[in-house]
Design a protein around this ligand. Structure first.
Ligand code: UFG
Length: 328
């Protein structure tokens, strides 16, 4: 099969590219390189340096490509940032996806897998695993922007027959087990790489945002899924959308607090990590744990790499070996 991967130079997208290549598929990457890295794309892959906000350029890529499906990762995706600049999130995530979806319809690309998010469920305080049919109540403009795109895809199927899988994934983490790719955000805002950098002595004191949440130790609880497991989830989702569009929650089903993550990095690195309590970060729900039962049942998918210490170990190895990430 021949796939277009938008955001293929980004953290999750680049690991999905590796998963597709390992599975014997042909891959073309589209990325605007605003946050992605050339070095994250394996040699020999066709790359379009295109911004999805550019409708004409997007249309041209889809027109030339003869793609069996599109895997759509490209987005801005920081919950905290979206609380400070909501309109940028609505504009950028929504319009870029609209351009892509329109180009798929124009050029008769029949399948799209969309990176949606657990941030759709960010509103109420809840600590039980969240099924895909739980009430939608985004706790941030980021989550809301993703939900808006899910609704466009709903209508794109009903009226134009574009089949889609919306994968609402929780916290993607870890690094390629073979060391071919890893996580390199600038600035880094995600917990696991930040804690690892603290362990490696590459940053000053680590702050834990909020220690008064209704969780077992007062810090937020998240469901961490290894990016390799996420890549196989995309391949599994593609098998589901010949006949109908689907929406699934994807996660490990287990929750770990921010302090649990610190303890895990301490175990893996063998180093003590100093941290301090800091105020809550805007838009953070207390607990987000996925109920992926529907996806597991329908596809047979199961996470194999997502035990927390294993996630941390793969991430630690990559960051230790790449002090400059993908370089300048
Ligand atoms: N955190 C800290 N200190 C830090 C950085 C993060 O305490 O220095 C905390 C956050 O406040 C949060 C937890 O660590 O409680 C996880 O934060 P991340 O930024 O790593 O991840 P988020 O849960 O905010 O968001 C991630 C993705 C989103 C996705 C969401 C879904 O970035 O795109 O998971 O759960 F929508």
């Amino acid at each position: 099969m021949r796939y277009l991967v938008t955001g293929g130079a980004g953290f999750v997208g680049s690991h999905a590219v590796l998963g597709l290549l390992d599975d014997g598929h042909e891959v073309v990457v589209l990325d605007n390189f605003s946050t992605g890295h050339r070095g994250a794309i394996p040699a020999g892959i066709d790359v379009h340096h295109v911004d999805l906000m550019d409708a004409a350029a997007t249309n041209a890529v889809l027109g030339e490509g003869r793609f069996d499906a599109v895997l759509h990762f490209a987005a801005i995706s920081l919950v905290g940032e979206s609380m400070a600049d909501p309109l940028r999130y609505f504009e950028q995530n929504y319009i870029s996806s609209l351009n892509l979806i329109r180009a798929c319809i124009t050029h008769d690309v029949r399948k799209l897998v969309f990176s949606s998010t657990a941030a759709l469920f960010g509103g109420p305080e809840r600590d039980d695993p969240i099924p895909h049919d739980a009430p939608i109540d985004p706790g941030s403009p980021y989550g809301e922007s993703k939900f808006m795109i899910e609704r466009v895809l709903h209508w794109a199927d009903r009226i134009h027959g574009l089949r889609s899988a919306c994968l609402r994934y929780f916290n993607a983490a870890g690094a390629d087990v073979a060391g071919r790719a890893g996580e390199d955000h600038r600035p880094e805002t995600h917990l696991i790489p930040i804690v690892i950098d603290a362990a490696l002595g590459r940053r000053p004191a680590l702050q834990v945002f909020g220690t008064d949440y209704p969780t077992h130790d007062g810090s937020c609880v998240r469901d961490y899924l290894h990016v390799g497991d996420l890549a196989t989830a995309y391949l599994s989702a593609l098998t589901q959308i010949d006949e109908r569009s689907v929406v699934y929650n994807i996660g490990s089903g287990r929750g770990y607090s921010n302090i649990d993550v610190i303890r895990s990095v301490e175990r893996v690195s063998g180093r003590k990590i100093p941290w301090e309590a800091a105020p809550r970060r805007g838009g953070d729900p207390a607990t987000l744990i996925a109920d992926s039962d529907a996806f597991r049942r329908d596809t047979g998918w199961t996470p194999r790499l997502s035990e927390l210490d294993h996630i941390v170990e793969t991430a630690f190895r990559w960051r230790e070996a790449h002090p400059e990430g993908y370089g300048l």
